[in-house]
Design a protein around this ligand. Structure first.
Ligand code: AOF
Ligand code: ZN
Length: 340
């Protein structure tokens, strides 16, 4: 199951608003085949494995971190291929929260005489798919708030400029355990102006953590990781065209949220941003802040080459944290306390 989770985690950034799923076939205690869900709309993990591995034997056990699906979606049901290929035992990690499945996948397998064991390592499995679960159950992304404060309680210098608070070790931890475990990083325009950040995954300091929380034995594999999307809340489109987030090589993975009025008021800037490939979302306001439902809908719904996201790390600044906290939108609150 741990191997399933490691494989599944490679799907982050590739499967859009879908589930992160890995599958492993074991014979007499040895892994003989493995696969994972590697793209939005692509083959599910179990099907990818079983379609490429033809000689399943009765003593083999299929491990998968999510209940196998039993619906016709973008691909046919995984339960069908499991039954057809003669798999006799399935160990699964967690129930599928998708209403089309939830329990029906297990039932279909059992009715066909397959032995189904699970949920197994449920907490770890649910942790990896926290965003997918949240989107299916609450219709909004999973939101983690990350804050760094100095021991004296400051978050910035007195003039508002950036104060380096965290140590290189803390940065490595937050890049591995926070940035690499969310689909997107979100900041307010104030932080773009004060810090001009890059918001990507960098390891200047000895990366010893796995991307799958709880499984520390493997080193982070940078080759497999995709940087999270970068979301900027900029209702009045104040962004400077020289800002790194909309100028660097990954600007196509920047999502700039502005109001329809702001976009209409400055058509030249809007056109320049479009031309660069920055993803522009036009979101109406509800009172002083964006209409959350409109924002979630735009972020979760696949559209053209955008396949949707399921989890967001809110990195600042003070005003943005406050907005998320007072709206009751925080699923997890992480504070890193700096040394001085
Ligand atoms: C599995 N194995 O590898 C995945 C599953 O739109 P579709 O057809 O891709 O179906 C998406 C749903 O299928 C998704 O909401 C989740 O419930 C399940 N994903 N199931 O057995 C997989 N990725
Ligand atoms: Zn499936």
């Amino acid at each position: 199951m741990h191997r399933c989770l490691e494989l599944a985690a490679i799907g982050r950034g590739r499967v859009g608003n879908g589930a992160l799923v890995g599958a492993v076939l074991v014979r007499n205690g040895t892994v003989i085949a493995e696969a994972f869900h590697d793209s939005f709309g692509g083959l599910h993990a179990e099907r990818a494995l079983l379609e490429s591995y033809s000689s399943v034997e009765p003593q083999d056990t299929l491990y998968v971190n999510l209940e196998p699906c039993c619906h016709y979606g973008k691909t046919p049901p995984c339960t069908d291929v499991i039954i057809q290929k003669g798999v006799k035992t399935v160990v699964y990690g967690m129930d599928d929260p998708d209403a089309r499945i939830s329990g029906k996948g297990i039932k279909a397998l059992q009715e066909a005489g397959v032995i189904v064991i699970g949920p197994f390592e449920q907490a770890l499995c649910e942790r990896l798919n926290k965003g997918f679960i949240q989107v299916r159950k609450k219709r909004r992304p999973y939101i983690t708030l990350k804050q760094a404060v100095s021991r004296s309680g400051s978050i910035a210098n007195d003039d508002g400029s950036m104060l380096k608070i965290t140590s290189p070790e803390q940065d490595a931890w937050s890049h591995c355990f926070l940035r690499a475990t969310h689909d997107a990083i979100l900041i307010g325009i104030g932080t773009v102006i004060s810090d001009n950040p890059q918001l990507n995954i960098r390891f200047d300091h000895n990366p010893v953590f796995s991307f799958t929380e709880g499984l520390n034995e493997k080193k982070a594999n940078l080759n497999n990781s995709i940087n999270p999307f970068r979301i900027i809340l900029d209702p009045n489109m104040k962004i400077d065209l020289r800002a790194r987030l909309i100028s660097d090589n990954e600007r196509r993975r920047t999502i700039l949220c502005v109001t329809p009025q702001a976009a209409a008021t400055d058509p030249e800037k809007t056109a320049a941003l479009h031309e660069r490939g920055v993803r522009m979302l036009s979101i109406p306001k509800a009172g002083a802040i964006f209409d959350w439902l409109a924002l979630w809908s735009a972020l979760m719904t696949p559209c053209e080459d955008f396949c949707g996201i399921t989890s967001i790390l809110v990195e600042g600044g003070g005003k943005t944290w406050q907005v998320f906290r007072s709206a009751g939108l925080v699923d997890e609150d992480v504070t890193l306390v700096g040394g001085s």
